[in-house]
Design a protein around this ligand. Structure first.
Ligand code: IVH
Length: 668
């Protein structure tokens, strides 16, 4: 019996080590060695064993990442050493002055500097004791911070035990917790869909997430961390900052790959200038570059003032926030009639981009932010998202500002505006409102829907305003002659537009379902519905209950689909789409040699258009995705590929050249 338990103890140790190794390969090194499935199997075996032998659970167990229970409040913790802040500067001149000060203080001619990106997140201090992560704390006031250990543990790239290749037992390190721009955009979209207040920028999102009392919420947020300071170590600290970073990396911690060492301030300045234009290329927000004296001994000699070290300075990039005047608030009518207030701004340059409009998300946001028309407002362009109005500058009010009121009638068609009991948004009640029709058409023609090239916003405006098209089925009766009656549409382009519309008749049933723009039905849901019911007829006779039985579909989606199908106008529309020979049923299952394979295209193909390639893959039973995901099997890389090619390589996807792809189509 005892032997059994010893064997379990050993296995638990082995699994804990293996999982932590694979976490590092995946989250820190970006090069996984095993599949997600194999990883899940290891994790499952471990959690099963731990459930049976709770006394054998190791403190650094990966299952402890999300197992903390909600707290009432955060405990306060005193930092081992004060967390200082950085002195800021905004010009090259100030950098030269910093260099002069440093050299004078040290009485040397030349100093070696290390330049690091200044990550726009929030400072964090981690403590490792006997190699195990024992505490994570926010910066707080620099002396006392908040104990956010259970939230820090949910960040997968942070090791729960230092790597065995590191000989350090205990250390205190500092770094930045942040939210990557992609994750931020997705999180905000989800929050808006759920009627929650979106975050103004990735920094606020990261700060709000790490300060969640319930670690399960923190775990659901896409947080990351990068470390830059070794503030205490049980081993002698290295001679330079670059060697400290190396030590952190060896211990299994993520550091920035963008750090560089220079011998003169001129080189530093040149490097920083080159980053000013490239800051948007980084997957997270950087608000500047930090210049640090590289030598640890020189750092010690320079010391610190009460607030800042004398051996470092932050060069700040132009702010992505500016103030301007809120000239007006217009109402945009969306595809489902939802009314969205949009801020019309006095044009202002924010980080090199002229901004004259900003989203206000919804009526509730305008009220929450207490915005008035005529206000001076703080506007932010962050995380590559649509500019946002952060807040009004109340002190700048003159008394001439006017309150904002939602209209009573649709500003586009003059129809009644309704607000359903359980909803925050108001909607225009008229399904044939031209604004709604235009938005529905735009969605129908979009890349992931029917992918109709050449039918963009301005043509849609003309088609609807001229009365040529009243709904999406109207596209399929257009002729080149009808199109040439529109201003600026030449004969040649009229033919290619009709051809593009024609080509869309072969799109799969699930894409048509998605293209219809049924509320709450995204492309994944459309795919699930299509494969569950197989045809439009079967779908039409499905009850809310039948629909709710489909994997991934809840009550809300089910009712929304039923609601759409119960509307006589929609039924008539579906009939006309069917008559136009669009695909209203799933094609023969398991036909074609590419059945079950998902392709992704990036870059241009020489021999065919993206659309032709998609049709070719679909004709052989395959599917085509729009981003690299777990389910992507092949990534076809053409000329001038985008970032997807890079991502595919990182994720070890099977990459095909155009030639290889053609060979595959031909069955070679
Ligand atoms: S060094 C005493 N390096 O910026 C040294 N800080 O504005 C202080 N930050 O509190 C930290 N990237 O939260 C350092 N590469 C970097 C950084 C960085 C972001 C943050 C940090 C600090 C704040 C100061």
């Amino acid at each position: 019996m005892k032997d059994d338990k010893e064997a379990v103890r050993e296995r638990i140790g082995e699994l804990t080590r293996q999982i932590s190794h694979h976490d590092r390969r995946y989250y820190v090194d970006d090069s996984p060695e095993i599949s997600d499935f194999e990883y899940d199997m290891l994790l499952k075996e471990l959690s099963d064993l731990e459930a049976r032998y709770p006394e054998l659970v190791l403190p650094e167990s990966p299952t402890s990442r999300v197992s903390g229970s909600p707290l009432d409040e955060f405990a306060q913790v005193e930092h081992m050493m004060h967390m200082l802040s950085l002195d800021n500067c905004y010009s090259h001149e100030e950098l030269r002055e910093f260099d002069k000060r440093v050299r004078r203080w040290l009485a040397v001619d030349a100093v070696e500097y290390i330049v690091e990106p200044k990550i726009d997140g929030l400072g964090i201090a981690l403590l490792y004791k006997d190699g195990v992560l024992s505490r994570g704390a926010t910066r707080g006031d620099g002396r006392i911070g908040e104990d956010v250990t259970s939230n820090v543990k949910t960040i997968r790239s942070i090791p729960l035990r230092l790597s065995s290749s590191s000989d350090i037992d205990s250390m205190e390190i500092r770094g930045e917790v942040y939210m990557p721009k992609d994750g931020f955009k997705l999180l905000n979209r989800k929050r808006e869909e759920a009627g929650e207040q979106p975050f103004a920028n990735p920094r606020n999102a990261a700060a709000g997430s790490i300060r969640q009392l319930d670690p399960k919420i923190a775990a659901s947020r896409p947080l990351e961390a990068i470390f830059y300071t070794l503030s205490y170590s049980s081993e002698p600290t290295p001679d330079t900052q670059s060697a400290c970073l190396e030590t952190l990396r060896n211990a299994g911690l993520r550091t920035s790959p963008l750090t560089r060492v220079f011998r003169t301030i001129d080189e530093v300045i040149e490097h920083i200038s080159s980053w000013e234009s490239r800051r948007d290329d980084v997957e997270y927000e950087i608000d500047g570059m930090v210049v640090k004296v590289n030598s640890s001994e020189q750092q010690k000699r320079l010391g610190a003032t009460a607030k800042n070290p004398r051996w470092a300075i932050a060069y700040k990039f132009p702010a992505k926030q500016m103030t301007t005047i809120l000239l007006d608030i217009l109402i945009q009518v969306g595809r489902t009639g939802a009314l969205t207030p949009v801020a019309i701004l006095e044009p202002v340059d924010i980080g090199g981009v002229t901004v004259s409009r900003a989203t206000l998300h919804n009526e509730g946001e305008v009220a929450r932010k207490k915005l008035m028309i005529g206000d001076r407002v703080l506007v932010e362009r962050a995380g590559d998202v649509i500019p946002q109005v952060v807040k009004p500058i109340i002190e700048a009010r003159t008394g001439g500002e006017k309150p904002f009121r939602m209209p009573i009638l649709c500003p586009v068609c003059g129809s009644r505006i309704v607000r359903e009991a359980d909803e925050a948004v108001r909607r225009c009640d008229n399904a044939s409102c031209s604004a709604q029709v235009k938005e529905r058409l735009a969605h129908f023609c979009s890349r992931d829907a029917m992918d109709i090239d050449g039918v963009g916003p301005s043509l849609i405006d003309q088609l609807v305003d001229s009365g040529l098209v009243r709904d999406v089925a109207g596209l399929y009766v257009l002729t080149p002659e009808m199109l040439t009656t529109l201003e600026g549409v030449a004969e040649k382009s009229s033919r290619s537009i009709v051809e593009a519309i024609d080509a869309s008749r072969t799109r799969r049933f699930d894409r048509l379902l998605f293209a219809l723009g049924i509320r709450h039905v995204g492309s994944t849901t459309a795919r699930d519905i299509a494969s569950a019911f197989g045809s439009i007829e079967a779908l039409m006779s499905a009850s809310v209950e039948d629909l709710s039985k489909v994997r991934g579909i809840g009550e809300v989606v089910a009712s929304s689909v039923r609601h759409f199908l119960d509307n006589p106008t929609n039924l008539a529309l579906l009939e006309r789409l069917k008559a136009a020979h669009l695909k209203t049923a799933v094609e023969e299952p398991d036909s074609g040699p590419l059945q079950g394979r998902t392709f992704l295209f990036t870059g241009e193909l020489e021999s065919m258009s993206r659309q032709e390639a998609t049709v070719a893959v679909e004709a052989l039973g395959g599917t085509v995705g729009s981003s690299v995901t777990k389910s992507t099997d092949f990534v076809v890389v053409g000329e001038n590929p985008g970032s997807k090619a890079q991502k595919a390589r990182k994720m070890n996807k099977h990459i095909l050249s155009e030639e290889e792809f053609l060979a595959m189509l031909e069955g070679r």
